[in-house]
Write a protein of this length. Structure first.
Length: 459
């Protein structure tokens, strides 16, 4: 897989060809401006700016106070609601949509669901029991949460794939009730494939709302419509959805601030420029707020990729969005060595990372921080988005340094069960009393000692 010579790529560059902004890591040591640009990329953060959070907070307060009326008002103002104002669809309507799915679409959905379920089934956490001392046993009991709200982006474009990615692991975990929230389009229409997928997955309730108001409805409930608050909210979304999820933490749990999508390709001169260009365009298709970065050791290869991007953009139905996204957030990061390139990738911690280098498995072993890796020329990001079985709800904004993908464990929690008998407490008695006294919490010590008082221990 050879790279065209630099002279040819420059000569073949079409007029008006997008040239991605470049960052040369080799100059970061000597040029403070380059170092600052690198650091800004790395520490970009997943939390929306304070203005968005402030406005989200205000809207959430309205939903908490006014319930159904506030959600309808927000739907009318910002879009996402039905023309009749109805907020909830019941399982019978979802089953009807399921039965109307075109056979080919239904088969594709069922294939994707089966693959995601197979991967999810292997993730089920297990309960454990540990004997600390004789007569002292601790059980770590895993239990699913009761009610989950799955947010599915929509409006301008439907995302039945995101519904699959959020609902399937919830079902695998044993969640009792699954509520999906997704907005209608500008005409108040809900995508029939999305509804059909909800029917296939036996979603319990479908909330027709998007953005902040949907997150508020899931977190606080809708008393008039009969929707109770959920225990955890999961799913990707815009900066507004991300801000709202962060604001309701403390009332409900969330998976992560999964904001606007982002992608990165790590490639050297052995990669195929056309494939790398396609991977970058795939990422840019998510929208103008989605970064697409090429990290490479070969400037000539970067030139070739830019030429391929220009060629592949011709005739694209979403060309305007793609060009805007690449012009604003597309970037080439040049590294003096593969080691430096990998160091930058780990520091950046991309949501999606495609790896196209000669010693691919050696590189993969050294890549610690990414939401999902796509290894080699036959692993496009779109495979993970739709059908491979891996989850596509992933940490963004650098959170992949500390957070992993949505999985079955997200939909449950552990309860600690401590079983202690007389012999066990006797073995712990002196340690408890000594440490409690050191902290000045003498009632804690007394709660142990009373159990050994004459007469008490026989009760």
């Amino acid at each position: 897989m050879s790279t065209p010579p630099v002279e040819a790529t420059a000569r073949d560059r079409p007029a008006g060809q997008i040239r991605l902004r470049r960052l040369d890591l080799a100059t970061a040591v000597s040029e403070p401006a380059v170092a600052a640009e690198r650091d800004a990329l790395i520490r970009r953060g997943a939390v929306p700016d304070p203005a968005v959070r402030e406005q989200a907070r205000a809207m959430l307060a309205q939903v908490r106070r006014d319930g159904d009326a506030a959600v309808r008002a927000a739907n009318e103002r910002y879009g996402g609601g039905r023309p009749d104002g109805r907020l909830l669809l019941d399982p019978a309507e979802l089953r009807a949509a399921r039965d109307l799915l075109a056979p080919r679409i239904r088969a594709a959905l069922e294939h994707a669901i089966a693959n995601v379920r197979r991967f999810a089934d292997d993730q089920r956490p297990v309960s454990t029991r540990t004997t600390i001392l004789p007569d002292v046993e601790i059980e770590r009991r895993w239990t699913p949460v009761e009610r989950v709200g799955c947010y599915v982006p929509g409006g301008s474009a439907p995302y039945p794939s995101s519904l699959v990615m959020t609902v399937v692991p919830a079902r695998a975990a044993g969640v009792h009730r699954v509520i999906v929230a997704s907005p209608a389009d500008a005409e108040g229409r809900i995508d029939p494939v999305l509804l059909g997928a909800a029917g296939l997955l036996e979603v319990d309730t479908f909330l027709v709302a998007g953005g902040v108001q949907a997150i508020g409805a899931l977190a606080f409930g809708l008393p008039a419509a009969g929707l109770a608050p959920v225990d955890r909210i999961v799913g990707p979304g815009s900066s507004w959805v991300t801000a709202a999820k962060i604001e309701v933490v403390g009332e409900v749990g969330i998976d992560m601030p999964a904001g606007p999508s982002e992608g990165m390709v790590l490639a050297d001169g052995t990669a195929t420029a056309a494939i790398v260009a396609a991977d970058l365009i795939t990422q840019a298709e998510h929208g103008p707020d989605s970064p697409a970065l090429l990290v490479t050791t070969d400037a000539g290869f970067a030139d070739a990729v830019e030429v391929e991007i220009g060629r592949q953009l011709v005739g694209q139905p979403r060309r305007a969005i793609l060009e805007r996204s690449l012009a604003q957030l597309g970037r080439v990061v040049l590294a003096p060595s593969l080691a430096t390139a990998i160091e930058f990738v780990n520091a950046y911690a991309p949501e999606h990372l495609s790896v196209h280098v000669a010693d691919v498995e050696v590189a993969v072993d050294r890549l610690r921080n990414a939401g999902s890796l796509f290894v080699g020329p036959w692993a496009p990001e779109s495979a993970g988005d739709y059908a491979s079985g891996a989850n596509h709800v992933l940490p963004t904004g650098g959170l992949a340094r500390a957070t992993g993908p949505l999985d079955v464990g997200t939909f449950g929690k552990y309860v600690q069960v401590q079983r202690i008998g007389r012999e066990g407490l006797a073995a712990l008695r002196d340690t408890i009393g000594t440490l409690a006294a050191a902290e000045g919490l003498l009632a804690h010590r007394a709660a142990v000692e009373i159990r050994f008082a004459p007469g008490e221990e026989r009760r």
